[in-house]
Design a protein around this ligand. Structure first.
Ligand SMILES: NC(=O)N[C@@H](CC(=O)O)C(=O)O
Ligand SMILES: [Zn+2]
Ligand SMILES: [Zn+2]
Length: 432
């Protein structure tokens, strides 16, 4: 099947927008440019002037299956991804069971193959059952297609364990992806230790809970030569350590979430579970450091940390609700409206942070509209204002602090490997 997309608007390498056509065949992009002379095609899709972006790549998504199907399934999570314009997502292993050996990873891959609506690359854990006691067999898991290794949800407490993990990951040719949290510094905290913990009289989480472990790990990464990637960076001290580590030539990369870029502790309006996530929303100075770090390349790209929970769990206050908010269906409009429209960055920078940048860090052949690449793309309406209505999410997790926010930049149609995987029902069909 040969499909031609016409009347799309594409970003040029200099950041300018240009009208374009694109031809895809057998799931691959064949040609992209103005007035292509490919006349014999099976279908023509009229993009009607919408912006065409490479499909977004999100290396940090909680799909909850197996074991947490009340919160999300591979099916609902990947439907949410498609609706958000994401075409490749990486599934976090804090599930039950944890993908920590050949059998559990094979079973996860089987479920993905059966029900996923976008490409899903599964992580394997660093330690068996993510309890920090015994290293997994990284060689076997890498052979079976583990994307990388992480115990996300918990930090690796033992420096010796992290050292062994980095050695093994590095010889398996994979990254160690770290949720950094020192349990001896947690003290049952539920929000940032600072203005917000005082204002709401809640136990706080110190910034050093995160930064202490990052400092330890960059030294271990230097020693082992391992690719060390840091999840959801949230503090100014973490940004400083990463900047210095990069200057020293250590192979460290980092991600930041949309919510840590757009929100800070003063935006927490009430003691409600929708504002509770790990790491927590930090201070205004931390938020500023994250924005600066992203802009100067200290932080490599954006990842959502989509963390769905049930309504029952999240309709509680900070003390009782679980940590985490959903992100896939609001990420791009949120960042387009609050970073691009407000002049912090260009559309090209934002798109790069959500496509080629994560793909390059993990050597993935996705996130580009170049001929020969898989036909993964999303068409986006950059002009219509629309409110976030959490009840309309395809994710089972409706837990968002952004409900009611008016945003621009809504994806309208998403294609993975040349297959239409989601299209906005209220929109005039872009296909003809
Ligand atoms: N981010 C969160 O607040 N929660 C995540 C775990 C994690 O990403 O650390 C979850 O699995 O719910
Ligand atoms: Zn985490
Ligand atoms: Zn996470």
């Amino acid at each position: 099947m040969k499909i031609k997309v016409i009347n799309a608007r594409v970003l040029q390498s200099d950041g300018k927008m240009e009208s374009t056509e694109m031809v895809m065949e057998n799931g691959m992009i064949q040609e992209i440019g103005r007035n292509l002379n490919q006349t014999v095609v099976d279908r023509v899709w009229d993009a009607k002037g919408l912006f065409i972006s490479p499909g977004f790549v999100d290396v940090h998504v909680h799909l909850r299956e197996p074991g947490g199907e009340a919160k999300e399934t591979i099916e609902t999570g990947t439907q949410a991804a498609a609706k958000g314009g994401f075409t490749t997502i990486c599934a976090m292993p804090n599930t039950t069971p944890v993908p920590d050996d050949g059998q559990t990873l094979d079973e996860l891959k089987r479920r993905i193959k059966e029900t996923a609506h976008v490409r899903v690359l599964p992580y394997a854990s660093i330690t068996s059952r993510q309890v920090g006691q015994k290293l997994v067999d990284m060689e076997t898991l890498a052979d079976k297609g583990a994307f990388a290794f992480t115990d996300d949800g918990v930090g690796i407490q033992d420096a010796g364990m992290m050292l062994e993990a980095m050695k093994a990951a590095s010889s398996a040719g994979k990254a160690v992806v770290a949720h950094c949290e020192d349990n001896s510094l947690v003290h049952k905290g539920v929000c940032h230790e600072g203005d917000v913990s005082q204002r709401l009289s809640l136990p706080g989480i110190m910034s050093t809970t995160e930064s202490v472990q990052i400092a330890r790990d960059v030294l271990l990464a230097e020693q082992t030569g391992c690719h060390y990637h840091i999840c959801h960076v949230s503090t100014k001290e973490s940004v400083r350590i990463i900047r210095n580590a990069k200057k020293a030539g250590i192979h460290v990369t980092a991600e930041v979430t949309p919510h840590h870029l757009v929100l800070q502790e003063d935006d927490i309006m009430e003691d409600h579970g929708f504002y509770k996530m790990n790491p927590p929303l930090r201070s205004r100075e931390d938020q500023q450091a994250l924005l600066e770090g992203l802009k100067d390349g200290t932080i490599d790209f954006i990842a959502t940390d989509h963390a769905p929970h049930t309504e029952e769990e999240k309709q509680q206050g900070f003390l009782d609700a679980p940590f985490g908010i959903t992100g896939l269906e609001t990420a791009f409009p949120l960042l387009y409206t609050h970073l691009v429209e407000e002049g912090f960055c260009t559309l090209k920078e934002l798109v790069d942070w959500m496509t080629v940048k994560p793909a390059a860090v993990f050597h993935l052949p996705y996130g580009t509209l170049a001929p020969g690449a898989p036909a993964d793309f999303t068409l986006i309406d950059l002009t219509s204002d629309r409110a976030v209505v959490r009840e309309t999410f395809l994710s089972k997790g409706k837990n968002t602090p952004f409900n009611g926010w008016t945003l621009k930049g809504w994806p309208v149609l998403t294609v993975v490997n040349g297959n239409l995987t989601w299209e906005e029902s209220t929109h005039e069909a872009a296909r003809t």
